[in-house]
Design a protein around this ligand. Structure first.
Ligand code: TYM
Length: 349
């Protein structure tokens, strides 16, 4: 049965990339499939152990989910640490995954930097916890931005190794399901979770450098539009966004060598649910002095109501906590079933 799982880390500065690459897609998917949306607070410990206010950061992401339009009654909204199964399954997956797989992760290499020996063990094992998030519910679809593609490949590698290494016991347990693995149909336990990345803006770039990803950790606040920015700040950041001097082209192929222009057109497209070509049909031939104010107006019209609703929700943290608690209870019922089946398949007493 199709099931959606996705998560966002509570590490501050929730930005337009997180919104367009992930949260906006969650809102669309909730009309099509059963969904779990998680605030992955355990992941937040991997790069930085001590946080100023992790509880509030967690509420902030939950508020963004709700403000964007996710229905926490029809779907499950919760935080990772409140469901022990995530850490339990991650441990099993630490024993399934190979160190070499983890060492190849580009996000690990980027985040660990030169001093790899000093990175936390959790940072190395990060993708194993992420695989556990998804597979704890045997989710089949994972809406994410382009930067998570490699982690999703690793999730499938873990699922596949588990299915193969334990194939006889999975069959004997009766908990297996028919899974297609390429051309082959096998009886496995974990599905091959599929990333949902496509869309006009799978990778939103920095407003200061079209070759760098928009990121929570960029030291320049002008590089990103935060979900908490007010209308004036959004407008100013778009006005100051780096561009080239040429007017916008007529066709998307002509955006290839123009990363900043491509990024802004992609943002416009994603915010207005159109293709990049449709945006160029309207703005092709026009200078940035015309396009930027139109983009700013569109961005404000989409983000302002979300921002206002986030502020309203955050004024009542008790309500957010109650939503998360209810979500965690419902998630936990499903998680416990997987953990007990996995323990049985592995042969733990
Ligand atoms: P995180 O918290 O870094 O980002 C949350 C989501 O936002 C997407 N994203 C972007 N999309 C487009 N352009 C960008 N510039 C951009 N920056 C971020 C991310 O791809 C992500 O979808 N590992 C995940 C969190 C996670 C998770 C999971 C996701 C943990 N467990 C299970 C899915 C399923 C992460 O660090 O996301």
């Amino acid at each position: 049965k199709p099931l959606v799982f996705s998560g966002v880390q509570p590490t501050g500065n929730l930005h337009l990339g997180n919104y367009l690459g992930a949260i906006r897609k969650f809102v669309v998917l909730q009309d099509q499939m059963d969904c779990l949306f998680c605030v992955v607070d355990l992941h937040a410990l991997t790069a930085q152990l001590v946080h100023e206010d992790l509880k509030d950061q967690t509420r902030e992401i939950a508020a963004a989910y709700l403000a964007a339009g996710i229905d926490p009654e029809k779907h499950i909204v919760f935080n990772q640490a409140a469901v022990p199964g995530h850490a339990q399954l991650a441990w099993i997956f630490n024993c399934v995954a190979r160190i070499g797989w983890m060492n190849r992760m580009t996000q690990f290499k980027d985040k660990a930097g030169k001093d790899r020996e000093n990175a936390s063990l959790g940072l190395l094992a990060y993708p194993s916890l992420m695989a556990a998030d998804i597979l704890l519910y045997r989710a089949t679809h994972v809406p994410v931005g382009d930067d998570q593609k490699q982690h999703l490949e690793l999730t499938r590698d873990i699922a596949q190794k588990f299915n193969i290494d334990f194939s006889a016991r999975i069959a004997a347990s009766g908990h297996g399901v028919e899974l297609t693995n390429g051309d082959e149909v096998i009886n496995g336990y974990f599905p091959m979770a599929e990333p949902l990345i496509e869309g006009p803006a799978p990778r939103i770039m920095s407003l200061r450098d079209g070759r760098k990803k928009m990121s929570k950790s960029d030291p320049s606040d002008l590089s990103r539009i935060n979900l908490t920015d007010d209308a004036e700040t959004i407008t100013r950041k778009i006005r100051k966004a780096k561009t080239d001097p040429e007017p916008l082209p007529e066709s998307v192929d002509q955006l290839e060598e123009r990363p900043e222009a491509r990024n802004l057109v992609g943002i416009y497209a994603a915010l207005s649910d159109r293709t990049a070509q449709r945006v160029l049909d309207e703005f092709g031939g026009q200078p940035f002095s015309t396009f930027k104010p139109a983009l700013a107006e569109l961005a404000v019209s989409v983000l302002e109501p979300i921002n206002a609703e986030m502020r309203r929700l955050k004024a009542d943290p008790g309500h957010i906590d109650a939503v998360l608690k209810d979500g965690a209870e419902r998630a936990n019922v499903r998680a416990q079933q997987t953990i007990s089946e996995v323990n049985e398949i592995i042969g733990l007493l």
